[in-house]
Write a protein that binds this ligand. Structure first.
Ligand code: ADP
Length: 435
């Protein structure tokens, strides 16, 4: 661990200093919000070219799971928060015991740092989410599968329709085991790594028995979950926040669209009934309150024939809330700074009729493209606000920046049309990465 000298120190830093573990684009936008408030924000990251480094008040140069680095960060700050959920709770527990203020607390984070414990939490609170089970629960020793005719399974297990089969030579040493989907389940199903996944990495749609067996041979089943494939009509997201005295605030419900499991664009407000928006808010309030959570919490939903279901929880600011920088009275980053520094939660309001946020994913097969002409063309679009993260390396599919376009239409259907017309303008300049 070493210390890099401050890249930027506001002339008159006000209020409590905040530490952020992580130096990517979320930390960078938090640092921008801190700078606008004249507040100090220090980051912990091992990469001196990370986006947040150039705006942070100071940088602790240490890996994000390096607890000694976080102890040094704590020396400079009155409260610490996180840029992502890859938090080593055990390593940080002694710091919390020594009085380091983590916001949200490590206890509130505990069920959120892993997809399996997220699902357990949702079940415990009776909040709707897709049916799921730990992947290792699919595996049974042959004796445990009385209903199953082993010879039939062996014959069927390469067929698309097979709902049971034998796991040969799996990484988990499950070579003697057979698997069976629970009753009522059918392919496709979705397998997810319990930890470490992001932007669809670690999420796999399995269309047939062969794909499931292939996965079982490659992974440790105890580190994965399996869930039903949800035939959603749309994906929605809600960014919410809770302060120290328990007041809960929400940003508007957003519609999100993914391309190859990565967020492509976000439209706010989503065309949703009052009841649907209220249901999403109630879920957020239940979670925040049950966890005694302080800070910003983001929730990804599926919405379709099965109603509203929680897909994922993110204990931090979120890609679906970036539009709030230009389109709300208070951005998600400003709200997070308020909450982490112990202030009262203020309810954010839309300050435009709506907004479309488009992620700029690397689409050229070169690692050093700076996309300058495209950036200039995007910034010249009417009512457009470009955020370029300045990352080193611009490989295919990487989130390099985002563009927020303010919308004018007040009625839902017209606003969606307006958004799709504006998206076409963006796509003419900035195509999606190839499949
Ligand atoms: P990550 O944590 O990497 O963002 P997610 O679990 O959010 O991964 O999945 C990424 C995308 O994959 C989702 O936004 C959705 O489009 C799709 N997806 C995830 N789970 C399911 C599911 N159970 N059914 C259908 N699609 C899914």
């Amino acid at each position: 661990m070493s210390t890099i000298s401050p890249a930027f120190i506001p002339a008159a830093e006000a209020g409590p200093a905040i530490g952020i573990v992580g130096g990517g684009q979320l930390a960078w936008m938090l640092a921008e919000a801190a700078r606008a408030r004249g507040a100090a924000l220090h980051v912990q990251t091992p990469a001196d070219h990370d986006p947040a480094v150039r705006l942070a008040s100071s940088v602790v140069s240490a890996g994000i799971r390096d607890a000694a680095g976080t102890r040094e960060l704590a020396r400079r700050c009155s409260a610490i928060s996180f840029e992502n959920e890859w938090v080593d709770l055990e390593a940080l527990a002694p710091l919390a015991a020594d009085g380091v203020q983590f916001v949200p607390s490590l206890e509130a984070l505990r069920p959120l740092v892993c997809k399996r414990s997220q699902r357990e939490l949702l079940d415990r609170l009776h909040l709707p989410s897709p049916r799921w089970l730990p992947l290792d629960q699919l595996l049974q020793s042959p004796e445990q599968a009385p209903e199953t005719d082993q010879s039939r399974i062996a014959a069927e297990n390469s067929g698309d329709g097979a709902l049971a089969g034998a796991a040969a030579d799996s990484a988990a040493g499950a070579s003697d085991r057979v698997w069976a989907l629970p009753s009522g389940w059918a392919f496709p199903v979705v397998a997810k790594a319990a930890t470490g996944g992001y932007d669809g990495k670690g999420t796999q749609v399995l269309r047939c028995a062969e794909e499931l067996e292939d996965l079982l041979q490659r992974v440790q089943p105890q580190d994965w979950i399996l869930e039903e494939f949800v035939a959603f009509e749309q994906e929605l997201a809600l960014v919410a926040g809770r302060d120290r005295v328990g007041a809960v605030v929400w940003f508007p419900l957003a519609k999100t669209h993914q391309h190859q499991q990565v967020c492509d664009w976000v439209l706010v407000p989503a065309q949703a009934s009052h009841a649907l928006e209220q249901a999403a808010r109630n879920i957020a309030a239940s979670l925040l309150t049950a966890l005694d959570y302080v800070g910003v919490l983001s929730i990804e939903f599926f919405y379709g024939p099965a109603g509203l279901q929680v897909n994922e929880l993110a204990p931090r600011t979120h890609n679906s809330g970036h539009y709030s920088i230009e389109a709300c009275s208070l951005s998600q980053f400003a709200l997070q700074l308020q909450l982490v520094s112990g202030q009262t939660a203020l309810q954010p309001e839309l300050s435009a009729a709506g907004a479309l946020m488009v992620n700029l994913l690397g689409y050229q097969d070169s690692d050093d493209s700076d996309y300058l002409p495209q950036r200039q063309a995007l910034a010249a679009l009417p009512q457009a606000h470009l955020h370029w993260y300045g990352k080193r390396g611009s490989s295919l599919g990487r989130k390099l920046g985002h563009l927020t376009l303010l919308l004018h239409e007040r009625r839902g259907p017209e606003r969606e049309q307006e958004a799709m017309a504006r998206l076409a303008d963006v796509r003419a300049i900035w195509p999606l990465p190839p499949s």
